[in-house]
Ligand binder design. Structure first.
Ligand SMILES: Nc1ncnc2c1ncn2[C@@H]1O[C@H](COP(=O)(O)OP(=O)(O)OP(=O)(O)O)[C@@H](O)[C@H]1O
Ligand SMILES: [Mg+2]
Length: 291
């Protein structure tokens, strides 16, 4: 339900950015920038007869936000679940810092600094922020009891960086607002040295003010050199936060572009019709001979 609303909003705001002239000079999208933080190469996975992801390649650089766009069922979540270790790919390779790595479960992903924040957040509602941060990785005192003081202290430090106004350390997270819960989920992800953060629809269930708060968090993480894959139905969010975007359709990548090189209308054309505009690099899912 929330997703549908978000999608409608995205379609409504399309006209907000004036369409650029097709003839305007565009920066090259193929700028060499060294080794990507993460690269997924030629990834495929099928469920029964359905090719959920079909020879998809995406990459991400340090301090970069890459938006993943596409209709329902395009394969966005499946592709990032392969990176987070929830699904095992049928074919393809994954590289971190240029080295091929093996990800067959979520532990492998975490060991490589890859953390995922799902839309549902997966927080333990009846415990506080510190309890959530250290869930399953609790700190113990020398006597073997839970070291609540150390855990709260560390939680205050990381939360202060993300959300300096946050004071509700003693309350269960069920009492927090959507934006505050989102910051607890992000704190948990980055506290254990995430370098690659995957956010699947982080603002779909949030109001405008909380969406803005999450946007601020994303900008802060970016400034620290963390790379973020941002899945969103909201074009406005993606244009606001992402450096680049990747559009998927029927499991295939339609194209990749710097957000500054494409207009909202062009991106809609990629999502709906698979048309790859001039400012984007076409992928295997691009319509042939589309201008
Ligand atoms: N575990 C599964 N078993 C069978 N089919 C699946 C499974 N997970 C995904 N699929 C199928 O794979 C395709 C891609 O789904 P996916 O959830 O990745 O799309 P999405 O782009 O994330 O869509 P949405 O915007 O609705 O979240 C769909 O056809 C979906 O039904
Ligand atoms: Mg999805």
């Amino acid at each position: 339900m929330a997703k549908r609303t978000a999608k409608k909003t995205a379609l409504k705001v399309v006209k907000k950015t004036p369409a650029k002239k097709a003839s305007a000079p565009k920066a090259s999208v193929a700028v060499a920038r060294g080794t990507p933080l993460v690269e997924m190469k030629d990834i495929s996975i099928a469920f029964g007869g359905i090719k959920a992801v079909d020879h998809a390649s995406i990459d991400l650089y340090p301090g970069e936000v890459v938006g993943l766009l596409g209709h329902n069922g395009a394969g966005k979540s499946t592709l990032i679940k392969i990176l987070s270790g929830a699904y095992k790919r049928d074919v393809g390779q994954i590289f971190v810092d240029g080295k091929e790595i093996s990800i067959t479960n979520p532990r492998d992903a975490k060991a490589n600094g890859i953390e995922t924040i799902y839309q549902t957040l997966a927080l333990a509602d009846n415990v506080d922020a510190a309890g959530n941060l250290y869930l399953g990785r609790e700190l113990k005192t020398r006597l073997g009891t839970l070291d609540d003081v150390a855990m709260e202290d560390a939680t205050r430090k990381v939360m202060f960086k993300l959300n300096p106004n946050f004071r509700r350390f003693k309350e269960p997270v069920s009492k927090l607002s959507g934006g505050q819960r989102q910051s607890v989920a992000i704190a948990r992800a980055i506290h254990f040295n995430a370098r690659i953060l995957i956010m699947d629809e982080p603002t779909a269930a949030l109001g405008p003010q909380e969406t803005a708060q999450v946007g601020e968090l994303i900008k802060q993480l970016k400034a620290e050199g963390i790379g973020i894959f941002l899945i969103s139905h909201d074009l406005h969010d993606v244009f606001d936060l992402a450096d680049r975007l990747v559009v998927m359709k029927n499991g295939k990548v339609v194209g990749t572009a710097y957000t500054k090189d494409v207009t909202h209308d062009e991106v809609l054309g990629m999502i709906i019709a698979g048309k790859c505009p001039k400012g984007a690099i076409p992928g295997p899912g691009a319509l042939r001979d589309a201008a």
